[in-house]
Design a protein around this ligand. Structure first.
Ligand SMILES: Cc1cc2nc3c(=O)[nH]c(=O)nc-3n(C[C@H](O)[C@H](O)[C@H](O)COP(=O)(O)O)c2cc1C
Length: 170
Protein backbone atom coordinates (compact mmCIF):
# COMPACT_ATOMS: atom_id res chain seq x y z
CA UNK A 1 0.00 0.00 0.00
CA UNK A 2 1.15 3.52 -0.81
CA UNK A 3 1.46 5.93 2.09
CA UNK A 4 2.05 9.64 1.55
CA UNK A 5 3.54 11.49 4.54
CA UNK A 6 3.46 15.22 3.93
CA UNK A 7 4.22 18.21 6.12
CA UNK A 8 5.09 21.88 6.46
CA UNK A 9 8.11 22.83 8.54
CA UNK A 10 10.23 25.97 8.73
CA UNK A 11 12.50 25.20 11.68
CA UNK A 12 12.65 21.41 11.35
CA UNK A 13 10.48 20.16 14.22
CA UNK A 14 7.54 18.93 12.17
CA UNK A 15 9.99 17.47 9.68
CA UNK A 16 11.56 15.33 12.44
CA UNK A 17 8.13 14.06 13.41
CA UNK A 18 7.41 13.33 9.72
CA UNK A 19 10.58 11.25 9.50
CA UNK A 20 9.51 9.25 12.56
CA UNK A 21 6.06 8.64 11.00
CA UNK A 22 7.87 7.35 7.90
CA UNK A 23 10.06 5.03 10.01
CA UNK A 24 6.96 3.56 11.62
CA UNK A 25 5.06 3.13 8.36
CA UNK A 26 8.07 1.53 6.63
CA UNK A 27 8.27 -1.10 9.37
CA UNK A 28 4.95 -2.60 8.19
CA UNK A 29 5.39 -5.11 5.41
CA UNK A 30 3.98 -4.06 2.05
CA UNK A 31 4.21 -0.33 2.80
CA UNK A 32 5.67 1.99 0.16
CA UNK A 33 6.19 5.37 1.81
CA UNK A 34 6.64 8.74 0.13
CA UNK A 35 7.78 11.76 2.18
CA UNK A 36 7.16 15.22 0.73
CA UNK A 37 6.62 18.83 1.78
CA UNK A 38 3.01 19.89 1.23
CA UNK A 39 3.97 22.30 -1.56
CA UNK A 40 5.65 19.53 -3.57
CA UNK A 41 2.81 17.01 -3.59
CA UNK A 42 1.48 16.24 -7.08
CA UNK A 43 -1.98 15.06 -8.10
CA UNK A 44 -0.47 11.64 -8.84
CA UNK A 45 1.09 11.46 -5.32
CA UNK A 46 -2.23 12.30 -3.71
CA UNK A 47 -4.61 10.29 -5.84
CA UNK A 48 -2.47 7.14 -5.97
CA UNK A 49 -1.99 7.06 -2.18
CA UNK A 50 -3.90 4.56 -0.04
CA UNK A 51 -3.15 6.66 3.04
CA UNK A 52 -2.22 10.30 3.62
CA UNK A 53 -0.60 11.53 6.84
CA UNK A 54 -0.44 15.32 7.20
CA UNK A 55 1.76 17.23 9.65
CA UNK A 56 1.68 20.90 10.59
CA UNK A 57 3.32 23.27 13.03
CA UNK A 58 0.75 25.05 15.22
CA UNK A 59 0.32 28.59 13.90
CA UNK A 60 -2.00 30.70 16.04
CA UNK A 61 -3.68 27.62 17.48
CA UNK A 62 -4.41 26.03 14.12
CA UNK A 63 -2.73 24.43 11.10
CA UNK A 64 -0.30 26.67 9.21
CA UNK A 65 -1.45 28.51 6.11
CA UNK A 66 0.71 26.24 3.92
CA UNK A 67 -1.10 23.16 5.18
CA UNK A 68 -4.49 24.82 4.73
CA UNK A 69 -3.51 25.77 1.18
CA UNK A 70 -2.51 22.16 0.58
CA UNK A 71 -6.02 21.05 1.55
CA UNK A 72 -7.61 23.83 -0.52
CA UNK A 73 -5.54 22.63 -3.47
CA UNK A 74 -7.20 19.24 -3.24
CA UNK A 75 -10.01 21.04 -5.02
CA UNK A 76 -8.28 23.88 -6.86
CA UNK A 77 -5.34 21.85 -8.24
CA UNK A 78 -6.29 18.19 -7.86
CA UNK A 79 -10.06 18.27 -8.45
CA UNK A 80 -11.03 15.75 -5.75
CA UNK A 81 -14.59 17.09 -5.54
CA UNK A 82 -17.45 16.40 -6.48
CA UNK A 83 -16.42 12.77 -7.08
CA UNK A 84 -14.89 12.45 -3.59
CA UNK A 85 -11.66 11.01 -5.01
CA UNK A 86 -10.16 10.77 -1.50
CA UNK A 87 -13.03 8.60 -0.27
CA UNK A 88 -11.96 5.57 1.80
CA UNK A 89 -8.28 6.50 1.85
CA UNK A 90 -6.82 6.39 5.34
CA UNK A 91 -5.99 9.77 6.91
CA UNK A 92 -4.06 10.82 10.00
CA UNK A 93 -2.45 13.92 11.50
CA UNK A 94 0.59 15.04 13.45
CA UNK A 95 1.61 18.44 14.80
CA UNK A 96 4.29 20.31 16.70
CA UNK A 97 3.64 23.39 18.81
CA UNK A 98 5.83 25.66 20.88
CA UNK A 99 3.74 25.50 24.05
CA UNK A 100 2.30 22.48 25.80
CA UNK A 101 -1.30 23.67 25.62
CA UNK A 102 -1.66 26.19 22.87
CA UNK A 103 -3.37 24.64 19.90
CA UNK A 104 -1.89 21.24 19.06
CA UNK A 105 -5.20 19.40 19.49
CA UNK A 106 -7.11 22.01 17.48
CA UNK A 107 -4.48 21.66 14.77
CA UNK A 108 -4.80 17.87 14.72
CA UNK A 109 -8.59 18.04 14.73
CA UNK A 110 -8.85 20.59 11.93
CA UNK A 111 -6.57 18.42 9.78
CA UNK A 112 -8.79 15.43 10.56
CA UNK A 113 -11.90 17.54 9.85
CA UNK A 114 -10.63 18.33 6.34
CA UNK A 115 -10.09 14.61 5.81
CA UNK A 116 -13.52 13.69 7.17
CA UNK A 117 -15.09 16.24 4.85
CA UNK A 118 -13.46 14.28 2.03
CA UNK A 119 -14.95 11.00 3.30
CA UNK A 120 -11.58 9.62 4.30
CA UNK A 121 -11.21 7.04 7.07
CA UNK A 122 -9.33 8.86 9.81
CA UNK A 123 -7.28 7.07 12.43
CA UNK A 124 -5.26 8.08 15.46
CA UNK A 125 -2.23 6.40 16.94
CA UNK A 126 0.24 7.75 19.45
CA UNK A 127 -2.09 10.38 21.01
CA UNK A 128 -5.89 10.46 20.89
CA UNK A 129 -6.02 12.63 17.76
CA UNK A 130 -2.63 11.78 16.26
CA UNK A 131 0.96 12.39 17.23
CA UNK A 132 2.24 15.70 18.61
CA UNK A 133 5.27 17.30 20.22
CA UNK A 134 6.05 20.42 22.25
CA UNK A 135 9.12 22.25 20.97
CA UNK A 136 9.74 25.50 22.85
CA UNK A 137 9.54 27.16 26.27
CA UNK A 138 10.18 24.70 29.05
CA UNK A 139 10.47 21.85 26.56
CA UNK A 140 14.03 20.92 25.61
CA UNK A 141 12.67 20.05 22.15
CA UNK A 142 11.11 16.91 20.72
CA UNK A 143 11.81 14.00 23.03
CA UNK A 144 12.01 10.25 22.50
CA UNK A 145 8.47 9.65 23.72
CA UNK A 146 7.09 12.12 21.17
CA UNK A 147 9.12 10.55 18.36
CA UNK A 148 7.85 7.14 19.47
CA UNK A 149 4.28 8.51 19.22
CA UNK A 150 4.95 9.62 15.66
CA UNK A 151 6.41 6.23 14.82
CA UNK A 152 3.37 4.50 16.36
CA UNK A 153 1.11 6.66 14.20
CA UNK A 154 3.01 5.55 11.09
CA UNK A 155 2.62 1.90 12.09
CA UNK A 156 -1.11 2.30 12.74
CA UNK A 157 -1.75 4.08 9.44
CA UNK A 158 0.09 1.39 7.47
CA UNK A 159 -1.70 -1.43 9.30
CA UNK A 160 -5.15 0.08 8.71
CA UNK A 161 -4.30 0.85 5.07
CA UNK A 162 -3.33 -2.80 4.64
CA UNK A 163 -6.61 -3.98 6.20
CA UNK A 164 -8.62 -1.78 3.85
CA UNK A 165 -6.57 -2.75 0.81
CA UNK A 166 -7.04 -6.45 1.55
CA UNK A 167 -10.79 -5.96 2.12
CA UNK A 168 -11.33 -3.89 -1.03
CA UNK A 169 -8.44 -3.88 -3.50
CA UNK A 170 -8.53 -0.90 -5.89
C1 LIG B 1 3.50 32.31 13.00
C2 LIG B 1 3.67 31.36 14.14
C3 LIG B 1 2.62 31.13 15.00
C4 LIG B 1 2.77 30.20 16.04
N1 LIG B 1 1.69 29.98 16.86
C5 LIG B 1 1.80 29.05 17.83
C6 LIG B 1 0.67 28.77 18.67
O1 LIG B 1 -0.40 29.33 18.53
N2 LIG B 1 0.81 27.81 19.62
C7 LIG B 1 2.00 27.13 19.81
O2 LIG B 1 2.07 26.25 20.68
N3 LIG B 1 3.09 27.39 19.03
C8 LIG B 1 3.01 28.33 18.06
N4 LIG B 1 4.10 28.57 17.24
C9 LIG B 1 5.34 27.77 17.44
C10 LIG B 1 5.46 26.63 16.44
O3 LIG B 1 4.27 25.88 16.39
C11 LIG B 1 6.59 25.67 16.85
O4 LIG B 1 7.81 26.33 16.97
C12 LIG B 1 6.69 24.52 15.86
O5 LIG B 1 7.38 23.43 16.45
C13 LIG B 1 7.42 24.95 14.58
O6 LIG B 1 7.47 23.85 13.71
P1 LIG B 1 8.61 23.69 12.60
O7 LIG B 1 9.95 23.61 13.33
O8 LIG B 1 8.29 22.40 11.94
O9 LIG B 1 8.55 24.87 11.69
C14 LIG B 1 3.99 29.51 16.23
C15 LIG B 1 5.05 29.77 15.35
C16 LIG B 1 4.90 30.66 14.32
C17 LIG B 1 6.06 30.92 13.37
Amino acid sequence: MKILVTYHSLSGNTERMAEAVVTGAQSVSGAQVLLKRVGQVTAEDLLSADAVVVGSPVYWSNMSGEVKTFFDNWQFKFGVFPEFKMKNKVGAAFATGGQSSSGKEVTLLTILAAMLGNQMIVVSGGGAFGASATTEGESPGIDRRELAEAKALGVRVAEVARLIKVASPR
